[in-house]
Design a protein around this ligand. Structure first.
Ligand code: SAH
Length: 433
């Protein structure tokens, strides 16, 4: 059974209404009082030891254990700083759930299925996927399903636990514990929280990363007449409570190590942490089986300066108010493909519009609209669909990229000889799957 049959089964099983009227936005965002702690800490550090890398600046601003943006904030929603696809519509998570089951089936239905999500935000995507798993219980049979969440933010892990596990959860204090929180969903699926992907137990896994890689720290480099120079963050000599970008006068270890010899661009951003993470996923997929689906703002090794900040749904100066704004950089999928190496095969990037259409979003929409008689809810459905797929909105801004075991495509190559295209759901047109 392929993704299309899975989707049909899902659509015919899910009772109406499961739709939560309106966006799943809530106003639980903590409005942070303007706080200069992080700025002072960074200025102190720079004055003591010199300008810091953009990567160090970004890491401190986003994940500093005390004042980092992600550490203390629930930033998703209308009162927050940005909105993501899983928060816009449950259809998004449902289609990704079908993708997970489809890849699990393509692997020969292993007896264990780890669903691993990196950076789960408010837990909406994982929740929607687990609902698909429940609906497709007859397909999943006796498979032992567990959920593993890699989350650096104590605040968001609490939001996720409330959403996914209700009150059956435990928190562990010890910093050295690999699992810092655990619980069970109301359908009996065990859930564990980790700070790092390295700590997640091995086994057949489907990895998901939605708007995760764009939050990992990047280094920035500028080509000059004297060669590549690293862009650094310094205190502004004229206004000591402000930061500014400077160019390193001579090569740094990072500029000597991270810029590719054949680089053609004049300015590049490199995310080594993203490279290490994809290598980790690739090793696990090669050794234990599984697949990864990564969705993010991105490009295929062509863009230059994409580092930007968001605050209150508006663009925000990246060097202003560190810790109070989201910082992000487009994901370089060309770099991820290179770092994943030859032991796996990568598909994409393809646009979110293509991926969702290939996964059957149009069919799902028709079913939902037909079974819904409330005009407001119908309008809401159409609005969400447009937001997710319109090329001017999220449809082209977001890209989907997949990492698969080499065996997965070798099978497909065999089939290609007989005229059947690779049946990886989402990356092939639905009627050809
Ligand atoms: N996937 C969610 C949330 C995206 S925001 C959605 O699309 O709605 C980025 C998420 O990644 C947050 O949950 C944030 O806390 C987490 N995160 C950021 N940097 C991280 C890191 N280095 N390690 C683990 N989680 C991280």
């Amino acid at each position: 059974m392929r993704a299309l049959s899975l989707l049909k089964r899902y659509m015919s099983n899910v009772p109406w209404p499961i739709w939560q009227k309106g966006y799943r936005w809530s106003s639980s965002v903590q409005k942070l009082e303007s706080n200069k702690t992080l700025l002072k800490h960074l200025a102190y550090k720079i004055n003591a030891t010199g300008p810091i890398s953009v990567a160090e600046y970004m890491r401190e601003a986003l994940t500093n254990p005390v004042s980092g943006y992600y550490t203390r904030n629930d930033m998703l929603g209308p009162d927050g700083d940005f909105i993501t696809s899983p928060e816009i519509s449950q259809i998004f998570g449902e289609l990704l759930g079908v993708w997970c089951v489809s890849e699990w089936m393509a692997a020969g239905k292993p007896s264990v299925l780890h669903l691993v999500e990196l950076g789960p935000g408010r837990g909406s995507l994982a929740g929607d996927i687990l609902r698909v798993f429940t609906q497709l219980k007859s397909v999943l049979g006796e498979a032992e399903v567990s959920l593993h969440l890699v989350e650096v933010s104590p605040k968001l892990s609490q939001v996720q636990a409330e959403r996914l596990t209700r009150d059956q959860q435990q928190e562990f204090d010890a910093k050295e514990e690999l699992v810092y929180r655990s619980g069970t969903t109301h359908t009996g699926v065990p859930v564990c929280w980790y700070r790092r992907i390295e700590d997640v137990p091995k086994g057949f896994s489907i990895f998901l990363a939605h708007e995760f890689f764009d939050a990992l720290p990047i280094y920035k480099f500028q080509k000059t007449e004297k060669g590549w120079r690293e862009v650094l963050v310094d205190v502004d000599a004229e206004s000591p409570d402000k930061l500014r970008f400077v160019l390193s006068p001579s090569p740094t270890l990072a500029s000597a190590t991270f810029v590719q010899l054949d680089e053609k661009r004049q300015h590049v951003e490199v995310c080594p942490e993203g490279g290490v993470t994809i290598q980790n996923l690739a090793n696990r997929i090669a050794e234990d089986g599984g697949a990864a689906l990564i969705a993010d703002y991105g490009h295929d090794g062509i863009k230059t300066d994409t580092f930007r900040g968001y605050k209150g749904h508006q663009l925000h100066n990246v060097l202003e108010a560190p810790g109070l704004a989201d910082l992000t950089a487009d994901v370089d999928f060309g770099y991820l493909r290179k770092m994943a190496g030859g032991q796996v095969t990568c598909l994409g990037p393809i646009t979110q519009q293509s991926f969702l259409k290939n996964m059957g979003i149009d069919t799902r929409m028709q079913v939902l609209l037909r079974s819904c008689h409330d005009k407001d809810t119908q309008a809401q459905l159409i609005h969400s669909y447009d937001f997710l797929t319109n090329p001017k909105k999220m449809g082209h801004r977001f890209q989907f990229f997949s990492v698969l075991g080499r065996g997965r495509l070798a099978q497909s190559k065999g089939r290609q000889k007989t005229g059947t295209p690779p049946p990886v759901a989402g990356f092939t047109e639905l009627d050809q799957q």
